[in-house]
Design a protein around this ligand. Structure first.
Ligand SMILES: [Zn+2]
Length: 121
């Protein structure tokens, strides 16, 4: 079963995902070069850079999550299961995916999912 996108709609979504992926890869590269630059620096001063390090790790985790998310979606596209709600199996709809290409749930299931999650907090 596949979502009933037209080819041009699907191409549009793939393009969005690729652009987003490239941006994240660039940001990741920046962090890596910043970090390797600092490694040499640390021989000279063992100052208080721990806070920066924490932020870097959090940010890197966020990028990794995003990349994984996008890769999962690209895999779904190649398996032709993209745009199907993981909870109810209905089509998510192009308008929603166009606004949020990595959406995994339709709007109905998303609001249910968020309510359940909130009630646990
Ligand atoms: Zn659903």
């Amino acid at each position: 079963m596949n979502n009933d996108f037209t080819d041009s709609q699907l191409q549009q979504l793939i393009k969005k995902l690729s652009v987003e992926k490239n941006i994240i890869l660039e940001l990741e590269k920046e962090i890596n070069s910043y970090r390797s630059g600092r490694l040499h620096h640390e021989y000279e001063s063992t100052s208080d850079t721990y806070e920066d390090e924490d932020i870097d790790i959090k940010r890197e985790g966020y990028y990794l999550d995003k990349i994984t998310e996008i890769n999962n979606v690209l895999e779904k596209i190649s398996k032709k299961t993209y745009g199907i709600c993981i909870d109810c199996g209905k089509n998510i709809g192009f308008a929603r995916l166009n606004a949020y290409p990595v959406a995994q749930r339709c709007i109905d299931c998303k609001s249910v999912f968020e309510k359940i999650n909130q009630s646990h907090i």
